[in-house]
Each structure stands twice: as C-alpha cells, then as structure tokens.
Design a protein around this ligand. Sequence first.
Ligand code: VGL
Ligand code: ZN
Length: 258
Amino acid sequence: IFDADNDGQIDKEEFTYCWNNWIKTIVRPISALLVIDVQNDFICGTLDIRNCPAKQNGEDIIQPINGLLERIEFDAVFYSLDWHPSDHISFLDNIGLRKLHASSPLATDEAQLYDTVVFEGEPPMTQRLWPRHCVQNTWGSELYKDLKVVESAVKIYKGTNPEVDSYSAFWDNSKLTDTKLEAQLKMRNITDVYVCGVAYDVCVGATAVDAISSGFRTILLDDCCRGVDLHDIEQTKSAVIKNHGVVMDSSRVRNMVE
Ligand code: VGL
Ligand code: ZN
C-alpha cells in the first residue's frame, strides 16, 4: 500500500481501516486445533507413554493444551480418538488371530511389544505391535479427565477397522479409507491447522504430515506433544520442517482476529 501524501507510509489508523474492511477478509487465516488421542490409555492406562523408551509423561501436555483452548479462539477444534474393536490387528495379544506373511521378520511366538511383524494380506500388512489399548467404549478410550473439551468441537474416531491400523487422524495406514477430517476442515474453509497430543512420533506426526499433504499450513505445537521414542520424535520434527510445516511452542500462538 503506497500513500503518496505521506512519504509512502500509511498511518496506523489507515492500516486498521484497511485491515478491518478488506485485508482481513482476504488473508485472515482460518485456524483449527487438532487434539490427537489425549485418551486415558496413553496418559495413565495400558499404553501409558511413561513406560515407553522415551519415558515421557503425557500429563505434561494437559495444561498447555487447556491454556491454548482458553486463550485462543480457534475457528474449529477437533479431538481425535483411537477407537479400536477388541480384535484389532495392532494388539500383541491378538497376534494368534491372523497369519503372518513369509516376509515377517519375527514369528508369532517370537514377537514382543513394540516389535514390527508382517501379516498375510493383499498386499501384506506391516504392523507394529502395541499393548491392548483404546478399546471402543471402555475407560481407556475416554478423553483424559482433565482435558478441556470445548462444546462446539468435532470428534474424529479412527482405527475402527480390525484389519488395518490408523495413526493419522486423516487416513488409515494403508490409505484405503479416510476419516472425513479433511472434508470437515475444507467445509469450514480452514487454512491453518495446529496439531498437538500423543503420541508425538506416532499419531501426531502422521496427522501433521497428512495435514501438510492436504495443503493446510501446518503448525506442530512442540510443548503440547509427548511421544514414544526420542529418535522418532526428532525424525517427526525434521519431516514436518522438511515439508514446510512449522514446529513451535504454544506460547507463540496468537489470535488473528482484531
Ligand atoms: C497411537 C500407538 C498405537 C497414538 C495409537 O495415538 O499415537 N500409538 N495406537
Ligand atoms: Zn492404536
């Protein structure tokens, strides 16, 4: 904006007028917060991340996430829930229910928690094995009790197909079925997606990478995430940065309205 009456400067009043009357309409980001899998089982239940290699504590993210929800007016808030049937493929104790493929690095009686095996299928299915967690309609699958849940929020359920795991809140791991999250975001004209939750290097990372692929400006909120493995957490951050996403702390998030 060039103002010939004022040495090319525009004064604050004029800028405010322009911002309120048309710039904002054109360029204001429309933002959504995605809160990924902040459920009892990951914070204090069967897949408590305090027992995972990184020894992080999921409880640490509750205050920063609640603070963000109190301080910032997001245009939309989504909570994803890992929502498995009892016979889900990712549970170590279900390994006997399915046949392993010849290419599996481990046999049925060798596989341990967190190991990766390959199940038979078309195509064969690579799967990491987890303790039984987030079984539909159990205490473990409920959102953690101290997490603030905003009224207008939308819940996204994932991992409901027993035969395929689903880390991203957008797609299952085979990219066969989507959760309708992308359609919900596009329907609301969302441009910017803020991502937080657990596990940093599993579901949060997969969701952030898919958000970038779907064309959203994507901000990963580092202090609002806790994960399984320190090396994988570093890889998650690098992948987001390499794909032109942003990794930052929630203290730097500002309201864009007014
Ligand atoms: C998750 C492992 C298995 C997660 C879900 O929410 O990050 N991790 N299922
Ligand atoms: Zn799961």
